[in-house]
Design a protein around this ligand. Structure first.
Ligand code: AOF
Ligand code: ZN
Length: 339
């Protein structure tokens, strides 16, 4: 398929508005929809939050509100429209009633209740349909949803902060942060994009962390998952007493694939593993890490606690350096699984 420059521009815009829902739509995917008439955008919509309108319906509503008729327009949609009554009525029907004459779709919907039917129903109704425009970009944007549809388990994102020598903790001091405020904000944003946060019980004992989202606005908190094979979690730990959900699992580390399947059954599509190094190493050794954020702090611990994890170990686990970004004062290496 040959796409025109304006096709690419409109789908790029659809992907952009879809981002608005990031951290708020799981277990649904991010979806954006643009309505175009006479080569001009007349309306925009996106799936904003779980339970909210689907992107197509918001776009149709937006057109009407702005006094434009969607009749005869072309819809650029990042995901195949749904054809089922779920939390909302089918988008296929909405598009047809609105008189949309052509739908350009980035990615098919692998959800078993939708698969293929959305496109077929539109075609049967005489709507012109084209697919595959910026498909790879859309697949990347909704990668945890696609992964979960296929494997029914979460992608695993690790975050680890180390000092100049690869130490994760200064044992000469009580447990504390050694990264900048800006870095913490970024970590909270990342937490928001994940459905669950997993730590080993050692982290709870040493740090008593809250493992919640406080530094960026959040409508919901991630599920906290603590691996505690020997029942050592202190009953007064914050994660057990702040009213948000925590599950404590007595699995040992040989059981990680089964654990991920169970979290997948709970609709956890992206799991953040926050530590400590022993827990992270188990995930690395089992080949279960998909993304790794290695945060490099510009400090030196007096009594270091070596992580034993560096770029080489991460690479050996099947990941490769994707990009280097900045979080506050820290430089962060992002490693991703080689597809
Ligand atoms: C669309 N447009 O904007 C989204 C779609 O639980 P529901 O009813 O909200 O349906 C969720 C499913 O619908 C989700 O798993 C995915 O297959 C599709 N999401 N479809 O036409 C949208 N978010
Ligand atoms: Zn829909």
């Amino acid at each position: 398929m040959e796409w025109s420059e304006s096709d690419v521009q409109f789908m790029t815009r659809a992907l952009e508005v879809a981002e608005t829902g990031r951290g708020r739509v799981s277990p649904n995917p991010l979806v954006g929809c643009i309505l175009v008439k006479d080569d001009k955008i007349i309306a925009e919509g996106w799936h904003d939050h779980l339970g909210g309108l689907h992107a197509e319906q918001m776009a149709i509503h937006d057109a009407e509100q702005k006094g434009h008729s969607p009749n005869g327009s072309t819809a650029y949609i990042t995901l195949e429209p749904c054809n089922h009554f779920g939390r909302t009525p089918p988008c296929t029907q909405a598009l047809m009633w609105a008189g949309v004459k052509k739908a350009i779709i980035a990615h098919y919907d692998p959800n078993p209740t939708v698969r293929g039917q959305g496109i077929q129903v539109l075609k049967d109704a005489g709507v012109e349909v084209e697919t595959g425009l910026l498909e790879a970009e859309a697949a990347h944007q909704m990668r945890e949803f696609l992964h979960w549809c296929e494997h029914r388990k979460p992608i695993v994102t690790v975050k680890l902060a180390v000092d100049k020598n690869g130490s994760v903790d200064d044992r000469s001091q009580s447990a504390g942060r050694f990264t900048s405020e800006g870095c913490l904000d970024a970590v909270h944003q990342l937490r928001k994009e994940c459905d669950g946060i997993l730590v080993g019980v050692e982290t709870i004992i040493r740090d008593n962390p809250s493992l919640n989202i406080r530094r960026v606005p959040a409508e919901r908190q991630p599920l906290r998952v603590v691996i505690d094979p020997n029942g050592r979690i202190p009953q007064d730990s914050k994660v057990l007493n702040d009213g948000e959900e925590t599950i404590v699992l007595s699995d040992d580390f040989s059981n990680l694939p089964a654990l991920l399947n169970r979290l997948g059954d709970m609709e956890i599509q992206r799991l953040m593993v926050e530590g400590g190094p022993v827990t992270i190493k188990h995930f690395l050794n089992a080949g279960l890490v998909d993304e790794f954020y290695l945060v490099q702090a510009d400090v030196e611990h007096q009594t270091p606690y070596p992580s034993g994890i560096d770029a080489q170990i991460i690479t050996a686990a099947g990941l490769s350096l994707n990009q280097t970004i900045t979080w506050g004062d820290e430089s962060v290496q992002l490693f991703s699984r080689i597809a």
